[in-house]
Design a protein around this ligand. Structure first.
Ligand code: ZN
Length: 263
């Protein structure tokens, strides 16, 4: 390896496998959120082999698509739905590995039979969850440089080693999907003082991207603070205009992929 090649490194240890140089290298540009989601944030302390792991398909898995690809696919089809105008013909070119699009109802439906392909559906859901936790820790570390803290070992186990289980909570929309963000802007996760204080105190992080709203169990503290989650989600739901209810995501088709009463 050449010595003048740029390294993406700050703490000197990979936040996923906890290995350092020279055992691993840090030469691959680590996008904290997949580039195809219109994100340009470059992280650090993500080694070449972990970076490659998240971006590579695995023929041995039942769901062969990589963690990155599953996440990309879901957020991109969601974005398609939000930006596709009724009078445009762009939907005719729509292609997806997981979705069928119904133009008259402006609905995306997962093309997986959940009863007949239960194992596949469960694994796809698990990969999506790992993808969400993946961008959480990468963006958290990019913002705070504290991603190596051992309170995130559970996330490392789940995301990098596909072991254990972490819940993902989802705020269901009342009336199809609404969007409050500018979709053309680069995506990033905010870690302001308030969000960090909540994370520290209660263990939860509210993750919102392209109008989809999740809560991740950032640390084990969250287990003791379920009442915080209930309270905060009730506050978000308010009168029920935007959100209807909080659920723990068990199947990907519980995410709203329909646009209704929306101009
Ligand atoms: Zn690594």
């Amino acid at each position: 390896m050449t010595t003048n090649k740029k390294e993406y490194i700050r703490k000197g240890k990979c936040i996923w496998c906890l290995k350092s140089k020279p055992e691993v290298g840090f030469y691959t540009k680590p996008h904290t959120i997949p580039k195809k989601l219109n994100s340009h944030n470059i992280g650090f302390d993500i080694c070449d082999s972990c970076n490659n792991f998240f971006g590579s398909d695995n023929k041995l898995d039942k769901v062969t698509y990589s963690v990155d690809k599953v996440l990309k696919e879901f957020f991109n089809v969601h974005k398609f739905l939000l930006t596709n105008k009724k009078d445009s013909n762009s939907w005719k070119k729509f292609k997806s590995q997981f979705f069928n699009y119904y133009h008259t109802s402006k609905t995306l439906k997962l093309n997986i039979d959940y009863r007949r392909n239960a194992t596949y559906a469960n694994q796809l859901t698990r990969k999506f969850k790992r993808g969400i936790y993946n961008i959480f820790l990468q963006e958290y570390h990019r913002n705070t440089e504290n991603g190596l803290d051992n309170k995130f070992d559970r996330i490392r186990e789940f995301v990098r080693h596909d072991s254990g289980e972490l819940p993902l909570y989802y705020l269901k929309s009342s009336d199809g999907v609404r969007i409050t963000e500018d979709l053309e802007l680069s995506h990033e996760l905010p870690f302001n003082d308030y969000g960090l204080e909540i994370l520290d105190k209660y263990g939860f992080y509210h993750l919102s991207m392209t109008g989809l709203n999740f809560y991740v169990e950032a640390t084990a503290k969250a287990k003791l603070n379920f009442d915080y989650l209930i309270k905060d989600s009730k506050y978000q739901i308010g009168t029920g205009f935007v959100f209807r209810e909080l659920i723990e995501l068990k199947k990907l088709n519980e995410i709203d992929f329909t646009l209704r009463n929306w101009n």
